[in-house]
Design a protein around this ligand. Structure first.
Ligand code: UCC
Ligand code: FAD
Length: 588
């Protein structure tokens, strides 16, 4: 027997060492920044209530909810197109865990908190704290929640009545039996970014005032939803439609009737995706789906923008949530993995890697929470003009920046587990797969960068002024703190370089502006995050790590716009040089 001769590898005996696995603790209690942030901002009474609820929820997300989320990954949705007798049914079959997560979302008030507004403008911050912890455990259930929240926002802003108005109470219900989720149908085969030219779906008015929709939606997420918002072009009596953005209107429709029959829809197929396997994403034929107009005619994009801004904020919450989760797992593992004579946490280079990741998470977190804070102010009519400008600007900036951060940090995080990080049954790779989509849906990085540019250009300097004033306000709070002086100086310099380069760019014309859009958006993100980190570090109860995090953040290139401009990246001939470089050797 192996024990007798001292050889530990024989027959069923596979050695005596088994690596300890990373464990997930209470996602609230373990998160010093989340708790510190809430304590700093929430009025004491709100904090007391939220603190108690979040402690309980922090345990629920790392236990029951995580396990349900993992079941959703293991049991992805299926499409049953026909019943046994050949009748077309197009049933999207989801696992029990997915349904349970819907119920939990209602019970926990994940949408309701924001619209009940029990905590006035702080309701959004409280809701975001829950979503932030929920996201990475939830098997992507934050995706339907994002669209549900966005649809609720549209209905509230439009003060909708009739069937769309009636949906409102379902969307904000805390009763699992009454709670509805929503979809968001924009993308068609010709265009997901360019919906103005890509949308071919038409809406034909019926005698009763409703519309019938005919078209093909190329990507629809969480298609097991109860209702959706969809873009379409109203067709006049002559069969003509208006082209471009001006021709798009927004519609509400239910997916099934009381008997469970699809509402003039066919599910063409479920998508074969890199990740988000838990989530049913379908291609849909709209074949006379009955719908209700919710926007003014031709104001579809402007109306669904209310939804987009909310779903983009959820995307940012999800991005920072996945980074947070990965760093927590990696920091725990570093206390368990023993190599080269010590735990990997005691290898300075490994801990430096983790620390750099942590700085990114902290920065992303503060940016998202600021955004949510601004949303709360806007929804309770407490926002100043500066707040409104910042909300519009930062929704796109945060989405594009945190999406990219998430892919990088979650990928780095996998490496922190060595080979185990690549193993499916550790449940780690799913985090990377599910992060990759965050840069694509709800507007790709470049599309959002161009949106950022447009926001700045349209406002004739007002948005930039709001941005600079807000940065200055935030860093002013650190004027007494000598440890933050050099960070403040870096930030001031970056702000100056940003202003100068924007002025230069204006003289260079629209192509240069367009080419600078991504670097500009990154510059805005880095400067604003720097200001937020400094402001947090200047708080009386800040920890030395809060100060250190802001110092580390401000050491990086805070103005990539300036760096690239100095390198001539936006000069007139850069376009042709880029083309030559990319297509060298290509037959096209
Ligand atoms: O991907 C999707 C769902 C996936 C699931 C989501 C889950 C997320 C949570 C995850 C958690 C883990 S749904 C599809 C998303 N699709 C997009 O994001 C489309 C990307 N493309 C764009 O963003 C484009 O820039 C468009 C479509 C907005 C551009 O439209 P147009 O046709 O060129 O139109 P304009 O001229 O840019 O905008 C038309 C009007 C203008 O107002 P007016 O007419 O008053 O001047 C704009 O100012 O809409 C206004 N507008 C906005 N207003 C446009 N965007 C916004 C905005 N963001 N906020 C306010
Ligand atoms: P394209 O617009 O073709 O983009 C291709 C590339 O071109 C991108 O890199 C983009 O950045 C770049 N590009 C485009 N325009 C410009 C420009 N002007 N300047 C510079 N670069 C540019 N859509 C919905 O409506 N509802 C959903 O529920 C939904 N769910 C989805 C779920 C998943 C899993 C995925 C992957 C997508 C989903 N989408 C959904 C679609 C998604 O929103 C679109 O795929 C996305 O907006 C990009 O559009 P596109 O695919 O047409 O890409």
């Amino acid at each position: 027997l192996p024990e007798q001769d001292g050889i530990p590898f024989r027959r069923a005996v596979i050695g005596t060492f088994f690596q300890g696995q990373p464990s997930l603790g209470n996602q609230y209690l373990e998160d010093a920044l989340l708790r510190g942030y809430l304590k700093r901002h929430l009025p004491p009474q709100v904090f007391a209530e939220a603190n108690q609820d979040l402690q309980r929820f922090g345990a629920r997300v790392s236990g029951e909810i995580l396990s349900l989320g993992q079941d959703c990954e293991a049991m992805p949705p299926r499409l049953q197109q026909f019943d046994a007798w050949g009748k077309r049914v197009d049933l999207i079959l989801t696992c029990p865990a997915w349904k349970k997560l819907k119920g939990i979302s209602a019970e926990e008030g994940l949408i309701a908190i924001a619209y009940e507004r029990k905590h006035s403008n702080w309701s959004r911050v409280y809701q975001a704290a829950k979503l932030f912890m929920f996201s990475s455990s939830s098997g992507m259930f934050t995706c339907p929640l994002a669209m549900t929240d966005g649809a609720t926002k549209v209905l509230e802003v439009m003060k909708s009545s009739g069937p769309p108005g009636e949906a409102f109470s379902h969307l904000i219900s805390r009763d699992p039996k009454l709670f509805w989720t929503s979809g968001q149908w924009m993308t068609e085969r010709k265009g997901g970014s360019d919906v103005a030219h890509g949308t071919e779906t038409v809406a034909c008015k019926q005698d009763d005032g409703t519309y019938k929709l005919y078209g093909f939606k190329w990507f629809t997420s969480a298609t097991d939803a109860d209702m959706t918002m969809a873009l379409a072009r109203i067709m006049d009596a002559q069969g003509s439609v208006t082209k471009g953005t001006q021709g798009l209107s927004l519609f509400f429709l239910k997916l099934r009737d009381e008997q469970g029959q699809l509402n003039g829809l066919e599910v063409q197929r479920l998508k074969e995706k890199l990740g988000t396997h838990q989530l049913p994403t379908a291609e849909l034929l709209l074949d006379g789906a009955q719908a209700h107009l919710v926007s003014q005619e031709g104001r579809g994009v402007a109306t669904i923008a209310n939804m987009l801004n909310v779903t983009r904020i959820y995307n940012s919450i999800g991005a920072v949530g996945s980074m947070r989760r990965m760093v927590f797992m990696a920091r725990d593992y570093a206390t368990q993995r023993f190599v080269f004579g010590k735990f990997i946490k005691d290898h300075p280079l490994h801990t430096q890697t983790l620390a750099r990741m942590e700085v990114q998470v902290r920065g992303g977190f503060l940016l998202v929470m600021e955004l949510v804070k601004l949303l709360g102010l806007e929804e309770t009519n407490m926002a100043t003009t500066q707040d409104s400008h910042l909300l519009r600007l930062l929704a796109s900036v945060a989405k594009l920046y945190t999406g990219k951060q998430a892919v990088a940090i979650v990928s780095e995080g996998l490496e922190c587990f060595g080979g185990q990080g690549y193993m499916e049954d550790t449940n780690l790779p799913v985090l990377l797969r599910d992060s990759q989509v965050l840069t694509i849906w709800e507007g790709t990085t470049n599309v959002l960068a161009l949106d950022t540019l447009q926001v700045l250009a349209k406002s004739q300097g007002q948005v930039l002024q709001a941005f600079s004033a807000s940065v200055q306000d935030k860093v002013a709070s650190a004027s007494d703190c000598s440890e933050l002086a050099s960070s403040v100086q870096c930030l001031q310099e970056a702000l100056g370089r940003l202003a100068l380069q924007l002025k230069n760019l204006l003289g260079q014309g629209s192509t240069s502006m367009e080419m600078a859009a991504r670097d500009l958006a990154y510059t805005l993100a880095r400067i604003y995050i720097g200001a937020l980190l400094i402001e947090h570090a200047a708080w009386a109860e800040a920890s030395p790590s809060d100060i250190y995090a802001s110092q580390r953040w401000c050491e990086q290139d805070l103005c990539p716009l300036d760096t690239a401009q100095q390198a001539g990246c936006y000069e007139a001939d850069a376009v042709s040089r880029d083309i030559d470089l990319v297509y060298e050797g290509s037959p096209t």
